[in-house]
Write a protein that binds this ligand. Structure first.
Ligand SMILES: Cc1cc2nc3c(=O)[nH]c(=O)nc-3n(C[C@H](O)[C@H](O)[C@H](O)COP(=O)(O)OP(=O)(O)OC[C@H]3O[C@@H](n4cnc5c(N)ncnc54)[C@H](O)[C@@H]3O)c2cc1C
Length: 524
């Protein structure tokens, strides 16, 4: 017998002896502990489907997916016929196509109203991603949605008029509108009558009347602002690279100043940092060492609406990224090439040369709202932040007029979250109002007042870092987290919050494009 056969037969004999003694012990009631899994009888195996059956199954899955995507696309390109709005119904006039108005229109039962929308922009702008457009991380068209994409899919048509409302007259129940586009026809101004009016015109950038801001500063509120910033940024860089440019002038041209330490200013500074470090370092190495970003804030800290830890994390990250934070500093005057700033503690003033200035210090009322307020000052309309509304969003002193979003003065922060929730609330109220044949003033009869549910405060701060304060359902405390996870959370939250599949696809595509090829540095 060979050695191998001998070892095998010995092992078999030992295993048989062990099994016999185990059986004997079990019969005597002694429990055995073993690390080996008990041997199960082999289960009867289901017959494996044939190769053709498997192929057929996967083909059916693929065909199903193609049919669903194709169906959605076909529906988007060829929407069902839409019914004409009923002129005998009450006329609901909506001013604006921003967060508040779109949220309202998406949920409004259009069969109940003869609805008209007036806005100078024929699209909805997803503002939270606007800072990314200034540096080319996202293309401007990726974050706007034509208003028709929303209105065309309602069962009853909604009339859209591209115009600016210039005067609201609650006494005659009319709104004066002006064609503010560049191309004009025979008529540019008219008055639209309404039964119910919803004002959602947003706000303008606040300058506090500081000299030179409108003339030399750039704002970040509209899509055209982001395009202007992108152009100016590249202009500063190319001018700094002009042959023979003196060092002092290069330093001035490459000094980018952001005024305002709220989310818009902080996010813009972060995006700018990524652009300068990611693109200018690579493509303009000769001038890149002179690049500098300064963020000026009048308060002691940035991001006042965030938790303490998130504020500290942001300020520390800015120090890591070489973004100069000038806190407790107020801008007193803006000149063509320098700012005059004052230290609010010591009172000392100094001049700060700059190449580009982005001004992001909050909101002020639009002219149409200022004008309306001035005429209703004696009816409780004297709040400098916006229109005074009650807890049902009815404008004080004006029957059948509601207002929402940034044009109002409420206890809530001027955010997209608030405006969108107000839009949803108002749509429910108006649907209810029409179905129960009540009038605008009877709304108190059944509707609960508006109740804001805060979900999260998020910001991108640059260098693939984010800060998040998130409210969880059934949990009274806020959950805060910062860094790379927060950046991923910020991205996924905004990607999923974009209103259309088209915008989600475009934004995802832009982000992928940026990762693969970098940002486009051509000057438009
Ligand atoms: C850069 C940036 C980033 C932001 N990031 C966030 C964020 O991350 N999270 C968040 O919650 N909020 C964010 N916000 C704030 C948020 O965008 C606003 O609070 C929100 O847009 C307010 O919605 P609204 O409907 O009141 O006004 P808007 O969305 O500003 O819409 C106003 C609408 O009215 C139209 N309009 C203007 N004038 C007239 C007129 N005279 N007549 C008729 N229509 C008119 C405009 O064209 C526009 O369609 C950000 C804002 C900016 C600028």
């Amino acid at each position: 017998m060979s050695l191998v056969a001998l070892v095998a037969s010995t092992t078999r004999a030992r295993a048989a002896t062990a099994a016999a003694s185990r059986t004997a012990l079990i019969r005597r009631g002694v429990r055995m502990y073993t690390t080996e899994a008990p041997v199960q009888p082999a289960a009867a195996e289901a017959p494996r489907p044939s190769k053709w059956a498997r192929r057929l199954k996967w083909t059916a899955y693929a065909a199903g997916a193609v049919a669903v995507v194709g169906g959605v696309l076909a529906y988007r390109h060829h929407p069902m016929p839409q019914q004409e709005p009923d002129p005998t119904k009450k006329t609901l006039l909506v001013l604006g196509t921003g967060w508040g108005a779109i949220s309202l229109l998406r949920r409004l039962d259009t069969s109940e109203y003869n609805t008209i929308v007036v806005s100078p922009t024929n699209f909805f702008l997803f503002t939270p991603l606007l800072p990314s457009v200034t540096t080319g991380s996202l293309e401007s068209r990726s974050i706007i949605t034509p208003i028709k994409y929303f209105l065309r899919f309602k069962p009853f048509g909604i009339k859209f008029v591209e115009a600016e409302s210039t005067q609201i007259d609650p006494a005659s129940k009319t709104v004066e509108i002006l064609d503010s586009g560049e191309v004009h026809g025979a008529i540019t101004k008219t008055r639209l009558p309404y039964d119910y009016l919803v004002i959602g015109v947003g706000a303008e950038s606040q300058t506090f009347g500081i000299k030179g801001v409108r003339e030399f500063g750039l704002f970040l509120k509209e899509i055209r602002d982001a395009r202007k910033i992108r152009t100016r940024l590249m202009d500063c860089i190319e001018t700094a690279a002009f042959p023979g440019q003196p060092d002092d002038e290069i330093r001035r041209l490459l000094h980018m100043v952001v005024v305002g330490g709220g989310p818009t200013g902080v996010e813009y500074a972060g995006e700018l940092h990524d652009f300068l470090r990611g693109e200018v370092d690579k493509w303009y190495p000769e001038i890149a060492p002179h690049l500098k970003i300064t963020l000026i804030e009048a308060l002691p800290h940035v991001l006042p609406m965030f938790s303490r830890e998130m504020i500290e994390y942001t300020e520390k990250s800015f120090a890591d990224m070489n973004i100069d934070l000038l806190a407790n500093t107020a801008v007193q005057e803006v000149r063509a090439k320098e700012l005059v700033v004052k230290d609010t503690k010591s009172g000392a003033t100094r001049e700060v040369p700059y190449g580009m200035l982005v001004w992001a210090t909050g909101n002020t009322m639009r002219p149409v709202i200022k004008d309306l307020q001035a005429r209703f000052a004696d009816k409780g309309q004297s709040n400098r932040r916006g229109l005074v509304v009650d807890e049902y969003l009815r404008v004080a002193g004006m029957p059948d007029v509601w207002a929402l979003g940034d044009c109002t003065a409420t206890a809530f922060a001027p955010t997209a979250q608030v405006a969108a929730q107000q839009g949803t609330y108002l749509a429910r109220q108006l649907n209810d109002l029409a179905r129960t044949n009540r009038t605008g003033n009877d709304i108190l009869a059944t509707c609960p007042p508006f109740d804001y549910k805060h979900r999260a405060t998020l910001a991108y701060i640059g260098d693939e870092r984010g800060v998040s304060d998130v409210s969880l359902p059934f949990w009274s405390n806020m959950v805060s987290f910062a860094g790379y996870q927060s950046y991923l959370f910020w991205r996924s939250a905004y990607l999923s919050n974009l209103y259309t599949l088209r915008n989600r696809a475009l934004v995802a595509f832009d982000w992928t494009k940026e990762k693969l090829f970098g940002r486009d540095i051509s000057r438009e």
